[in-house]
Design a protein around this ligand. Structure first.
Ligand code: ADP
Ligand SMILES: Cc1cn([C@H]2C[C@H](O)[C@@H](COP(=O)(O)O)O2)c(=O)[nH]c1=O
Length: 241
């Protein structure tokens, strides 16, 4: 018995004329993943734009955007308001609440999806399977220790499609950078809390202590040995306006 049912039932499967069997109408759960700064938020906003201009109705969700605000913000300069979803939010309830208002929900865009709980990823799969919501998740796969975030792991387990984001980000040596090093006072951190919101190559002016934490994407070799490259002496102190 599905936990969800759409009162409008607008998208239930209908047998094609003359066919014996209904083609199942399903939503898709997709995970677009890549290191910090590879363009995930930009892509999230592009997907939303393209869906919305086809007349589809979507919800933008985020947890812990770098801006500290409930929004999806891309470094390329575009930003959209979003709903902040902390770990206790049941994502099915969010959709139900829209239905109760008479609003359709055709798709969800979820940025910083690494911060979803595994239970929330299960809820997204249920939304795709049972009420045909298309779910687009965007996030980093691994944390500063190169371990999978629990939410990303569950997405790898459940998603219909896993899409590495195509734009290469490069290590200081020029090799593709897949690792998100957390750097405090010029040193690569190997232990600490999984969640620490901060930016790449720039210290957030109002970041939580220690104030000098930033992230730097590195290739595997330089991540392993903690080599931040020749420019690091100056870089640790850089702060762009
Ligand atoms: N001034 C710029 N001109 C062109 N591209 C830019 C500029 N600033 C940032 N970008 C692009 O934006 C990407 C970061 O996009 P963003 O969506 O914020 O990444 P993510 O969400 O993966 O951290 C960079 O890799 C770069 O390709
Ligand atoms: C590696 C790592 C990252 N984070 C945080 C840092 C940023 O606020 C986001 C990633 O943002 P982006 O849009 O992909 O640039 O995640 C973290 O909390 N813990 C980590 O280990």
């Amino acid at each position: 018995m599905p936990l969800l049912s759409d009162p409008t039932d607008a998208l239930s499967s209908v047998p094609a004329a003359g066919s014996r069997r209904a083609t199942p109408v399903v939503g898709h759960l997709r995970f677009y993943y890549g290191p910090m700064d590879c363009g995930k938020s930009t892509l999230a906003l592009q997907v939303d734009h393209n869906q919305a201009r086809q007349g589809r109705k979507g919800l933008l969700l985020v947890h812990h955007d770098r801006s500290g605000k409930p929004q999806i913000s891309s470094r390329i300069g575009i930003t959209r308001q979003a709903l902040e979803v902390h770990g206790e939010v049941d994502l099915r309830d969010l959709v139900r609440a829209r239905w109760a208002e008479g609003t359709r929900v055709d798709y969800l865009i979820v940025d910083e999806a690494q911060f979803l709980t595994p239970a929330q990823v299960d809820q997204l799969a249920e939304l795709a399977d049972d009420v045909q919501v298309d779910v687009y998740c965007f996030g980093i796969a691994t944390d500063f220790r190169s371990r999978m975030f629990p939410g990303s792991r569950r997405l790898f387990e459940l998603a219909d499609d896993l899409e590495p984001v195509q734009v290469d980000v490069l290590c200081w040596c020029g090799l593709p950078a897949r690792f998100n090093a957390r750097v405090a006072d010029g040193v690569v951190m190997r232990a600490g809390d999984t969640v620490l919101v901060a930016d790449t190559d720039r210290e957030l002016p109002d970041s939580a202590p220690p104030a000098t934490v930033r992230y730097q994407v590195l290739c595997r070799r330089h991540f392993r040995v903690g080599d931040l490259g020749p420019a690091v002496a100056g870089r640790g102190q850089l702060s762009f306006a």
